[in-house]
Design a protein around this ligand. Structure first.
Ligand code: FNR
Length: 180
């Protein structure tokens, strides 16, 4: 099983990227999470798309297409998802000129998020679910991973809070059961 992990934050010390690293550690044998970096992904532009996807877009689309499923780590900015993540989803929601189908069409996606606040990205994740559904992706499983007060649970880039690690492990295992 190969899962592609994407963080909606470009920040070096991102709590959300740290969640992806925790997920990598918590995966059972036989399941691998590869993290795809969104630095330098061009802004979506229909004129550019019409000329053929730029190389970094092709790389992202290939990675998503080849993955069995996606794991998205979703920060919250101003009550919604980050521009970085929305931009990636906009590219991935389109076949472009050289593909038959959009990479997100029918793709199964697990989402999670962390923020220093007390709501733990719940608003951004609600928005992300809607956006992914519009793009034809399937969000699984039902529950939510909302890592609130993330600065108390993620230290030196590591998810150190044991209860949160256990919860995340259970959520990911549930996702894997659905994928099996
Ligand atoms: C934030 N932050 C934030 N947090 C939150 O829980 N709800 C929100 O609406 C916002 N809004 C917001 C807007 C902008 C422009 C910034 C820069 C930040 C705080 C945010 O959760 C915090 O910076 C996290 O650390 C971002 O995630 P990463 O980079 O740690 O993954």
């Amino acid at each position: 099983m190969h899962i592609l992990g994407i963080s909606g934050s470009l920040r070096r010390a991102s709590f959300n990227t740290a969640l992806l690293h925790a997920a990598q550690e918590l995966m059972p044998d036989g399941t691998v999470i590869t993290i795809h970096d969104l630095h330098d992904l061009p802004l979506f532009d229909q004129d550019v798309e019409a000329q053929g996807d730029p190389a970094l877009v092709v790389a992202l689309k290939d990675a998503v297409t080849q993955a069995d499923a996606l794991l998205l780590a979703c920060p919250e900015y101003n009550g919604g998802i980050t521009g970085v993540l929305k931009n990636a989803i906009d590219w991935l929601s389109r076949p472009g000129v050289s593909r038959d189908a959009a990479p997100l069409a029918g793709k199964r996606v697990c989402i999670m998020g962390a923020s220093p606040g007390v709501t733990g990205t719940v608003r951004a994740q609600d928005q992300l679910r809607l956006i992914l559904r519009r793009a034809g992706a399937v969000v699984e499983p039902q529950g939510e991973v909302l890592v609130f007060q993330a600065h108390t649970k993620i230290t030196d880039g590591r998810l150190s809070d044991e209860r949160t690690r256990d919860f995340l492990a259970r959520h990911l295992n549930h996702f894997l059961e659905i994928l099996a």
